[in-house]
Design a protein around this ligand. Structure first.
Ligand code: NDP
Length: 516
């Protein structure tokens, strides 16, 4: 009998003892975790290659976090074959046995929670609070999916007639290729690995090349918790070099991907092709980009609006698919909201996230830095720069939180995913216009409305087309089991990670009918 699921509490860093504990964890990670080399793992075998992927600290760009061996196409194929062989036994293990492995892994991470979070500070440049939330979410995925699997293990009730006993059960699908992004380097990586595992599938995990070390550590946790060899295979490699091999392989059954629209659509298309020897259609679970909007209605609370816009735009330097990079504000409160957001933003510190006082750290790498600075230049043409606008990549990839006002709803910075600390304000004359602007991108991931108007709340529920819609709060910070997460339109397949239907996407439903 398992206890009721509750999300992992966040650490209160205003408490001195928590600050001290986190500083200690940072010391441990700096001294004992950094600079190590990790091999590939295929069928339990450690394989070291000459070619390596090196992970660097984006806040101190010369500091090496660690390195991993790098898969070739042949090794990627070998991993799929190993996963296919292991599937023949893993698929028949009891759901509770699989779930127990996840519970043990969660307990193991909890014991070193701050060390894991400190690693996220170092590997992705996450400030303490963001790193703590990422680790908590990883634990949540383990705890939540384990319970979901136990619940689903007897299937769902269907009707039986006289002389007939009918059952509706879920059976595992097959080899799953898990391809996570670097931004939720722990939570999403762990979530898209353990959901297929606990559902009875075997996994080939290809971590994001910017953040492979946390993934290597997590695979160690899974092995210690009892995942048998071949059931989890760890295959770091460049997406552009081994991605197609993993996706195209005829023995791949599921591809679970989170990342950009460009790569997601490529995977979707390639997975549709039936390869020689393939006896099934592949399932693609794709969560992609976002261009998320906060609407402020004319009677919305200005302070609440400003805090919500600020948090949504600049948490983890705007590098969240859910980041609120567009604020669409009614003319009656527009000036007050813009002014207050600028004020709050300029009180915050951008710098090395190892320091507790840092609100915003660096962006992930040189390519991101260049891309975001390019959008800032575009923004200067498209709007009125009211805050930030500068960057410094001499030590790490730091960009000041940047705000543009008076931006046209069709402007590039209102339409394209920037994935950095850049916020655009657009003024509207009515709630109708606000909804129209909110829906005017190809994405449909998250959104928020700040309003006290009940009729407008009801309208937005129907007419604001996003997978995750929030009222009177920020549009980031979904919690597993509380805010199942995933988007519409080009934001993905709306698979709702951390929700009650998620595991069923990894299984084949089977109807069994016995006549007596
Ligand atoms: P990318 O699409 O660049 O990379 C994601 C993953 O895909 C990486 O592991 C990458 O490997 C891999 N990859 C790259 N090319 C291929 C290929 N041809 N075939 C298979 N795999 C490939 O995204 P980012 O990591 O830059 O993440 C940022 C994006 O993720 C943003 O667009 C963001 O909105 C989105 N995202 C969406 C979320 C959602 O839930 N909707 C949540 C979080 C992020 P490698 O690193 O080796 O290139």
């Amino acid at each position: 009998m398992t206890t009721l699921y509750r999300h992992e509490p966040f650490t209160d860093f205003s408490q001195k003892e928590n600050q001290e504990a986190f500083k200690k964890a940072l010391k441990t990670v700096n001294k004992e975790w950094l600079g190590k080399e990790y091999p590939l793992i295929i069928n339990g075998e450690r394989i070291t290659t000459d070619a390596k992927i090196v992970s660097y600290n984006p806040a101190k760009k010369d500091e090496v976090i660690g390195s991993v061996s790098k898969a070739t196409k042949e090794l990627a194929e070998k991993a799929i074959e190993a996963a296919a062989t292991a599937f023949e036994t893993w698929r028949y293990t009891k759901a509770e046995e699989r779930a127990n492995i996840l519970f043990r892994a969660a307990a193991s991470i909890r014991r070193k929670k701050h060390e894991f979070s400190a690693l996220l500070v170092k590997e992705a440049g996450k400030p303490w609070k963001e790193a703590d939330a990422d680790t908590a979410e990883a634990i949540d995925f383990l705890e939540y999916y384990a319970r979901q699997m136990i619940e689903l293990s007897n299937g769902k009730p269907i009707n039986s007639r006289e002389g007939e006993y009918n059952q509706y059960i879920y059976t595992p699908t097959g080899v799953t290729v898990s391809i996570p992004p670097w931004n939720f380097l722990f939570a999403i990586m762990a979530g898209i690995t353990v959901a297929p595992l606990v559902s009875g599938n075997t996994v080939v995990l290809k971590p994001a090349s910017a953040t492979p070390i946390i993934a290597a550590r997590f695979v160690e946790v899974l092995e210690e918790a009892g995942v048998p060899k071949g059931v989890i295979n760890f295959v770091p490699g460049s997406g552009s070099e081994v991605g197609d091999t993993l996706v195209d392989h005829p023995k791949t059954s599921i591809i679970t991907f989170t990342g950009s629209r460009e790569v997601g659509t490529r995977i979707f298309e390639r997975a549709a092709v039936v390869q020689p020897g393939q006896q099934h259609l592949k399932q693609v679970i794709a969560e992609m980009g976002g261009k998320d909007t906060i609407i402020v209605d004319k009677d919305g609370d200005v302070e609440l609006a400003a805090q919500s816009i600020f948090t949504s735009a600049f948490g983890f330097a705007g590098q969240k698919c859910s980041a609120g990079s567009r604020a669409v504000v009614h003319a009656d409160v527009y000036d007050a909201v813009v002014e207050r957001v600028v004020e709050i933003t300029e009180e915050q510190i951008t710098g090395n996230p190892e320091s507790h006082s840092t609100y915003m750290g660096p962006v992930i790498d040189a390519a991101s830095y260049e891309k975001i600075m390019g959008y800032i230049e575009i923004g200067k043409e498209e709007g009125r720069l009211v805050s930030g606008g500068t960057g410094d990549d001499s030590k790490g990839f730091f960009i000041q939180p940047t705000i543009f006002a008076d931006v046209d709803a069709e402007a590039k910075i209102m339409q394209e995913e920037i994935f950095g600390p850049v916020l655009a304000f657009s003024k509207v004359a009515s709630f109708d216009e606000a909804l129209q602007v909110a829906n005017n991108t190809e994405y449909g991931l998250t959104g928020a409305v700040i309003t006290n108007n009940r009729a407008h709340i009801e309208r937005a529920k129907q007419e604001f087309h996003v997978g995750n819609l929030y009222f009177n709060r920020n549009c980031t910070g979904a919690i597993v089991g509380y805010h199942p997460f995933g988007g519409f339109k080009m934001s993905g397949t709306d698979s709702k990670a951390g929700g009650p239907d998620y595991l069923t996407l990894h299984m084949n439903a089977k109807t069994v009918s016995e006549t007596y």
